[in-house]
Design a protein around this ligand. Structure first.
Ligand SMILES: Nc1ncnc2c1ncn2[C@@H]1O[C@H](COP(=O)(O)OP(=O)(O)OP(=O)(O)O)[C@@H](O)[C@H]1O
Ligand SMILES: [Mg+2]
Length: 214
């Protein structure tokens, strides 16, 4: 089943970023976007994930043309179906790690997965305030928070940017396993070509075009 379909996307800020970008993603698939800093990867991810309307083109998620949906429909889609992991993670700072996960659990109606927390290596820091955790621990809490929702589609922008190479690989395997186990799908933005090429498809954003390289 096709989960995401982008048709002829173009976007510009002060200057053109990219044009005629098209891609599609099916259930249980992962797709990586690579490209030099400033090429527009995060912008493209924002467009694909409901956060930014493109200058032209359409994005379909689960068969819906998302920029024609009512805002209540868009909010429901974001809350239940989409998992967003940003380059900068937005945890609730005054709260403990566990409280951050509880918020996601309550909003989505899904339980907290203790096995996932073990696998992420964060089960022993859950009672600590988020501000007391290292950058890499915060990043893993934000990943746990997103996966707690059991999203049908994950958008991840440099999700392992704060992690050492070995932890990064372990964390990416959690994503790949999640996508298979829950018949979800993932769009990953990364600078790490090894992590990118572990995905089913790889695209490079260069010279304002999105080129398929795997
Ligand atoms: N809201 C905005 N308003 C104006 N310009 C923007 C905005 N967001 C991004 N840009 C510009 O668009 C270009 C692409 O930014 P983007 O964040 O998409 O790049 P990127 O490929 O994700 O880079 P990086 O690898 O460093 O994260 C940059 O030149 C940036 O300054
Ligand atoms: Mg970026």
């Amino acid at each position: 089943m096709t989960i995401l379909k982008a048709n002829h996307l173009s976007h510009r800020f002060d200057y053109p970023l990219f044009s005629e970008v098209s891609l599609s993603l099916a259930t249980s698939e992962s797709l990586a976007i690579i490209g030099v800093s400033g090429s527009g990867k995060s912008t493209l991810l924002h467009i694909l994930s409901t956060l930014l309307e493109p200058k032209s083109g359409e994005v379909e998620l689960f068969g819906n043309d998302i920029y024609t949906l009512k805002s209540s429909e868009l909010i429901a889609l974001r809350r239940h179906d989409i998992g967003l992991i940003y380059q900068a993670h937005y945890l609730l700072k005054g709260f403990s790690a566990r409280e951050n996960l509880e918020v996601a659990s309550i909003l989505s109606g899904e339980g907290i997965d203790e096995v996932l927390l073990q696998r992420l290596g964060i089960h022993h820091v859950l009672e600590q305030k988020v501000t007391e955790l290292s950058g890499g621990q915060q990043q893993r809490i934000s990943i746990a928070r997103v996966l707690t929702k059991k999203p049908r589609l994950i958008f991840a922008d440099e999700p392992t940017g704060n992690l050492d190479a070995q932890t990064a690989e372990e964390v990416m395997h959690i994503f790949y396993d999640y996508v298979q186990e829950y018949e979800s799908a993932m769009v990953l933005v990364t600078h790490d070509e090894d992590l990118a090429f572990a995905c089913d498809a790889v695209y490079r954003l260069e010279n304002q075009q999105l080129v398929k390289v795997k």
